[in-house]
Design a protein around this ligand. Sequence first.
Ligand code: PMP
Length: 441
Amino acid sequence: MSKTALATNNLEAFWMPFTANRQFKKNPRLFVGAKDMHYTTADGRQVLDGTAGLWCCNAGHGRPKITEAVQRQVAEMDYAPAFQMGHPAAFELAARLTALMPSPLDHVFFTNSGSESVETALKMAIAYHRVRGEGARTRLIGRERGYHGVNFGGISVGGIVANRKHFGTLLGGVDHIRHTHDLERNAYSRGQPESGAEYAEELIRVVQLHDPSTIAAVIVEPVAGSTGVLIPPKGYLERLRQICDQHGILLIFDEVITGFGRLGSPFAVDHFGVTPDLVTTAKGITNGVIPMGAVFCTSDIHEAFMTGPEHLIEFFHGYTYSGHPVACAAGLGTLDTYEEEGLLTRGAELEDYWADALHSLKGTRHVIDIRNIGLIGAIELEPIAGEPTKRAFSAFLKAYDAGVLIRTTGDIIALSPPLIIEKSQIDQIVSTLREVLQSLD
Ligand code: PMP
């Protein structure tokens, strides 16, 4: 049986994540191959990847160094217990990752996904305060419209209503400050918007409401992605850092999408020049080839755990697959690829071209905002009255038919192509979008 026939005959059993399953199964979209900037569909078409998979295939697809590293590792040693045992690739990857981060973010804890990284960082923050004798610091602060994965900690600090409202009471002791989206003042901004640093002041209100000595950590995405690309106003992240410092609160950057060159620098930490206490990452860590995530922490946090009795486990947390040998091999092959091809800074080289191309869509039918940073872009559409999300989703379907993969969230088109993209391919994304948007109701 051909790959296509096999796939289309077996659509029932698999309950697909974050998917309109009934709609999908009437008209399935199946990929069967991927190379460099393109996916191959089950019916043999080439689709240009405008989203790096799900923000993860930063070096594009089918990259030989990564494939070979994975194949070699599976053959050599498929698995090693993650607890009380080690293997060299995990130590090597941790050392190479921390070399990409500014000091003092000198330690790394491995997980298997962005969601697990978030849970790990939240737990690490609370346990850190406790181990230093500040056990009352248990409260967490997130933001409206924030996305921090789908586990209970992540949806509790997250602020996307649809991800929260179905799942009960969530974690207690969580507050949210306002998001930074401000279309009235910042529409069509390029890079960081000029207005809105003062939204950080809300943090002071929440901190004072509860008393600072009860607050463990604030978590934000430096650039919010899944909620539709919200770029921090100039001065905003710096102000969050100041307020956290004044009150002994840890600052967590969720860099699951902004890590590994997406903004034109290795991490958002470098791009914005603001150093948090903890950084969560995943996705681009292995170019999406093998599931993996990681949490970076400062030497202060690490030291606080390392001062207890030597024979004791310092942090009662971990996953069977933390630092999985095959994931570590994929991570090392990925870092080799990024570094040899200069991909961690390529976004900065392409940023102006990317911004000009996207902003050329201003004035196209239905468009109410365009924003960009690094190799991220968003095109916000006027929603159809009473049918939010419908217009952008129609754009997604039409673009797919026209050979370009985009992603939508609400009525926002989010773009994040692999960092190997050529200028002609940027042009293709934009010209396809122009036609698609003109043709939409
Ligand atoms: N945090 C952020 C900022 C993300 O964008 C995502 C995924 N889009 C996650 C966490 C969750 O990652 P995963 O889907 O790997 O669990």
